[in-house]
Design a protein around this ligand. Structure first.
Ligand code: PLP
Length: 400
């Protein structure tokens, strides 16, 4: 057996990737080991928002790697305070600081783990419950798995940590009931459910949740790990609703591919953490933060929010006109197209063979989340591939 074969079988079977092995990327394009080129309309699942190998981010990381990759959090580091201020300003809408504080970590799950611990510490004993939504996804660590509103995913790992209650998404009455039933530290929600199928709640839902949280002295945690940093046409999706969350978690696009996450909290809430309450060896290390500083700088210079809105309108309109598409959901460049049959996996596989990456987020729904710098020509090219793939699928259905 050659090395590639043996290394593949040496991996745990937690993923079932299809055949191409991608070895290079540039902008919206990926190249496999055979030299075939693909349009990446999944963007590493909303990670590479500036596209693959963005020159400014790559240069910043290369320079930092050659200067100082890591210092322990036992010591101060030059980048963390500066990057935290930028994140605080983006949480505040881009121009004014929100007045919060940031904890840096390495992934989305860790950002949520931090949020849950912080909310519990803030609330104090006896008020540790967190209300979350069915259909949500918050991560794969034991606590974030317990927070994830997909009970079937808990079963093989039972018992998961207790203290999480799940209510139907976009149902304000059930949140009210859960908060009236017993004291809670927090309500944890995605402003748009990503993994759950790109589900957009009613326009007044989050504002009403905020009112209930105030009434019951519970924190509102917005999980912006997939929706954050320009993806939906705002720095954070909650900003479309003029909302003030107490805690905001982010990761994915934050480092344009460098593993990094962050948990932002209002200063009075953040004050619940003291030295030793939380930590991470790698969290906030200079290498990752060099990527964050460069990524956020380019995002602001390129007005990614405006670009996501404009490109999203073009892509959404195009998707809506494709054969067999019965609904387009989402905001900005986080979009899902629901098909008239449960063919999403087949469509994603055929699109891949034709050189386009999209993903089946539900049996009848494909999701697209291309880089925010995607061009109109690339959008039209991707729509052309989907048009062919869906029309062929229809023709096959007609023959069988
Ligand atoms: C909304 C949301 N929260 C949390 C996570 C977990 O992030 P990570 O895989 O970086 O731990 C994800 C990942 O898809 C997500 O979409």
């Amino acid at each position: 057996m050659n090395d590639a074969g043996s290394s593949r079988s040496a991996m745990m079977a937690t993923y079932t990737p299809p055949d191409p092995v991608f070895v290079a990327g540039s902008g919206t394009e990926l190249t496999d080991e055979e030299g075939k080129r693909y349009l990446d309309f999944i963007g590493g699942l909303a990670v590479v928002s500036l596209g693959h190998a963005h020159p400014v981010v790559s240069a910043a990381v290369a320079e930092q790697a050659a200067t100082l990759a890591h210092v322990s959090n036992l010591y101060k580091n030059a980048l963390a305070p500066e990057v935290a201020v930028t994140i605080d300003r983006l949480v505040g809408g881009g121009t004014t600081r929100a007045g919060g504080q940031v904890f840096f970590c390495n992934s989305g799950a860790e950002a949520n783990e931090c949020a849950i611990k912080l909310a519990r510490k803030w609330a104090g004993p006896g008020r540790h419950r967190v209300v979350a939504a069915l259909g949500s996804f918050h991560g794969r660590t034991l606590a974030t798995l317990a927070a994830t509103g997909q009970p079937e995913k808990h079963v093989p790992f039972a018992p998961v940590p207790e203290g999480f209650v799940h209510v139907p998404y976009d149902d304000i009455g059930s949140i009210a009931e859960a908060l009236e039933g017993a004291p809670a530290a927090a309500v944890l929600l995605e402003p748009i459910q990503g993994e759950g199928g790109v589900v957009v709640p009613s326009s007044d839902y989050l504002a009403k949740v905020r009112e209930l949280c105030d009434e019951h002295e519970a924190l509102l945690i917005c999980d912006e790990i997939q929706t954050g940093l320009g993806r939906t046409g705002h720095w954070f999706a909650f900003q479309a609703r003029d909302l003030r969350p107490d805690i905001v978690t982010m990761a994915k696009a934050l480092g344009n591919g460098m593993p990094v996450g962050a948990c932002w909290a209002r200063a009075e809430v953040a004050a619940a953490f003291g030295p030793g309450d939380h930590g991470s060896t790698f969290g906030g290390q200079p290498l990752a933060l060099s990527a964050v500083r460069a990524t956020l700088g380019v995002m602001e210079a390129e007005d990614v929010c405006g670009r996501a809105r404009r490109a999203g309108a073009r892509l959404g309109a195009g998707l809506a006109g494709l054969p067999g598409v019965v609904e387009v959901r989402g905001a900005g460049l986080l979009l899902a197209a629901r098909l008239d049959s449960a063919q999403a996996k087949e469509v994603a596989a055929r699109a891949l063979a034709e050189g386009l990456l999209v993903n089946a987020v539900r049996p009848d729904t494909i999701r697209v989340a291309p880089p925010l710098l995607v061009s109109d020509a690339e959008i039209d090219q991707a729509l052309g591939v989907l048009q062919r793939v869906l029309a062929e699928g229809k023709a096959q259905e007609g023959r069988s």
